[in-house]
Design a protein around this ligand. Structure first.
Ligand code: FES
Length: 115
């Protein structure tokens, strides 16, 4: 896992859900009720793009069949028996950071940069 700064020019605090890609990983950056969240883009029910959904009461709602997922832990609503991935965010002096997984390829590249 690696913390990466989300470039300010790639998102707006005026939009509730934005589809972003950083270091090869797509995610939904969500600004809901004054707080920032980050989730996976694909719904685990049938693969819809959650960036076309909306948020209500701390949950993201899938646009296809209305499955609901908690914005903090990704847990599906009662009876759904599913979840989506969520990513940790940190608000720092110079911007918002997201903790993203690193592919093996990226780890190898980073290793050789250190040599
Ligand atoms: S694809 Fe998301 S609820 Fe069915």
């Amino acid at each position: 896992m690696k913390w990466l700064r989300i470039p300010e020019q790639t998102f707006s605090s005026e939009k509730e859900i934005q589809l972003l890609k950083l270091s090869g990983t797509k995610f939904c950056l969500i600004h809901h009720q004054g707080h920032w969240y980050a989730t996976a883009t694909r719904c685990t029910h049938a693969g819809a793009n959650l960036a076309y959904g909306w948020c209500e009461k701390g949950e993201i709602i899938c646009p296809y069949h209305r499955h609901r997922f908690n914005l903090i832990n990704g847990k599906g609503a009662e009876g759904q028996n599913n979840y989506i991935r969520t990513y940790r965010l940190q608000q720092r002096e110079d911007g918002i950071y997201i903790e993203l997984p690193q592919s093996l390829f990226r780890k190898i590249l980073d290793f050789f940069k250190l040599l």
